[in-house]
Design a binder for this molecule. Structure first.
Ligand SMILES: Nc1ncnc2c1ncn2[C@@H]1O[C@H](COP(=O)(O)OP(=O)(O)O)[C@@H](O)[C@H]1O
Ligand SMILES: [Mg+2]
Length: 263
């Protein structure tokens, strides 16, 4: 039987999802994907019919993989199309945690980083989640200060979890000749512990196919080993591709993540 959301209390609505109460269990909530896509911190916005369903499939396959691996995530199940059952947050952490293997996107604007530069180990950065401020990056010195002032292990834990999840997903995408370039995740506190929350979909990462079958990824710059033009991720939308094309790319991601179930 389908869940009737019209009778359920809406707890929150963001750019891509709506959160509803679960009247049968106060420890979980329903997360429902929307067809909306945004970029530039919500400045660019479109509706792509069918995107919610594709995102739901990608999200399901990735979170089920992570749960099988033993990662601490809010994901419980995907009871019907576009709907995810997740553990309810006790406290949201208003940060986006970004891990990067290869320099691309916003990092190119900050310094002298050249596109395709390979980071080993991966670098992890915290961004304060605030659209009007364009999610500013927090300097490590500032984070060190907060940690000294307030104590606690949340930052250390998010940094460790983000890098671990990155390395795992990087290995898995590599099976399909795709490089995970970078990735953005969100965390929250559930029963006193740091949990991975939110979604992992085509908007959460950059994915570049290998340029050829046996790329040499062990060099300072790997741009020539990869095929950024063949990108599968939300950059297609950021760069102004037609929304049909964007949906096709997101479907390609879902086709790959569907194979994660056999791993
Ligand atoms: N496990 C959870 N429990 C409760 N709320 C959650 C959980 N995971 C995500 N959320 C909330 O879902 C809301 C909608 O998400 P989203 O559409 O991605 O928002 P945003 O536009 O802020 O990125 C956000 O307020 C987010 O904090
Ligand atoms: Mg979001």
């Amino acid at each position: 039987m389908l869940i009737d959301f019209s009778s359920l209390k809406k707890l929150a609505e963001g750019k891509t999802k709506i959160i509803y109460e679960n009247p049968e269990d106060e420890k979980t909530v329903f997360m429902v994907f929307k067809d909306d896509i945004t970029a530039g911190d919500g400045v660019k916005h479109d509706i792509i019919k069918g995107k919610a369903l594709v995102d739901w499939r990608t999200n399901r396959d990735i979170f089920e993989l992570l749960n099988r691996k033993g990662a601490r995530t809010h994901y419980v199940s995907s009871p019907q199309e576009k709907v995810v059952l997740v553990k309810k947050l006790d406290r949201k952490i208003n940060l986006e945690v970004v891990s990067r293997r290869i320099a691309a996107g916003s990092i190119l604007k900050w310094g002298n980083e050249v596109e395709g530069t390979r980071f080993d180990p991966v670098i992890t950065q915290f961004h304060y989640k605030d659209d009007p401020l364009h999610d500013p990056m927090l300097a490590d010195t500032y984070i060190d200060y907060i940690v000294r002032a307030k104590g606690g292990s949340e930052y250390a834990e998010m940094r460790r979890m983000n890098a671990e999840i990155f390395l795992h997903l990087e290995r898995v995408f590599a099976h399909f000749d795709i490089q995970l370039v970078d990735m953005k995740l969100e965390y929250g506190i559930i029963e006193g512990k740091v949990y991975l929350i939110d979604e992992i979909t085509g908007g959460s990462f950059r994915l570049w196919p290998y340029a050829h079958k046996t790329p040499n990824l062990n060099q300072p710059n790997v741009l020539k080993e990869l095929d950024p033009e063949g990108r599968l991720d939300k950059d297609t939308y950021r760069m102004g591709e037609k929304i049909d094309k964007v949906l096709t790319k997101f479907e390609e991601i879902a086709k790959v993540t569907a194979k994660f179930r056999d791993l």
